[in-house]
Design a protein around this ligand. Structure first.
Ligand SMILES: [Zn+2]
Length: 209
């Protein structure tokens, strides 16, 4: 799904006006550290639970790479917002099956099954990724409770990271646990090869916080 032609993305906050202001003010930065400036728009898409989006493109003045600015309320190539998908993952971690979750969230069964399978494939990577991030955010944190399944362990680690981020950054940097997961994984929480995503543990929210 993520071919070589996939445009690099930079995760940003979900307030489009604020993103535009920050972009024009030169406050958004490229993963390389350079400054980003406006560079047109990506194709419009509709994300259920979020609305119609016309993502901004931006170009780095240092490495000259152009990036799509993706809101932390979204995951790459998913038609539903990350908070809806996260609610499904949390329900699965609590033992619910895909059919009742689909009814509860009013989404097609096949869609929900797709989320759960994709997350299942990434669960071990996500568990270790977010456990490492948790130690960075809160070095004094104790071990997380272990669950019967690795998906539940991964969900637990994501929730613990969000709680630690709130403790550390305060309400200003507060995003939901799932928006944090989107930011940290560059929107690839459910994408193939999550293991290849490098996370920035020193600034987990990147441009989104
Ligand atoms: Zn750059």
């Amino acid at each position: 799904m993520l071919g070589a032609k996939e445009a690099p993305v930079v995760m940003v906050g979900s307030d489009a006006l604020e993103v535009e202001r920050r972009l024009r003010a030169g406050e958004l930065s490229c993963p390389c550290g350079g400054g980003l400036s406006p560079w047109g728009h990506a194709r419009q898409r509709s994300v259920r639970g979020v609305g119609d989006l016309r993502p901004r493109r931006a170009r780095c003045g240092s490495c000259l790479v152009s990036h799509v600015l993706v809101a932390v309320s979204c995951l790459l190539r998913r038609a539903d917002g990350v908070d809806v998908i996260g609610a499904a993952l949390r329900a699965k971690a609590s033992g619910a099956g895909h059919r009742p979750i689909a009814v509860w969230l009013d989404r097609p069964i096949s869609t929900v099954r797709g989320w759960l399978r994709a997350f299942g494939r990434n669960a071990e990577t996500a568990r270790s990724m977010f456990t490492a991030l948790l130690v960075q955010l809160d070095p004094l944190t104790g071990p997380l409770p272990a669950h019967p399944g690795v998906m539940a362990d991964a969900v637990e680690a994501i929730g613990a990271c969000a709680a630690a981020a709130r403790r550390r950054l305060g309400p200003v940097g507060a995003v939901s646990a799932w928006q944090l997961a989107a930011a940290v994984t560059s929107g690839r929480l459910l994408a193939p090869a999550l293991w290849s995503v490098s996370i920035n543990t020193s600034r987990p929210l990147g441009n989104a916080g």
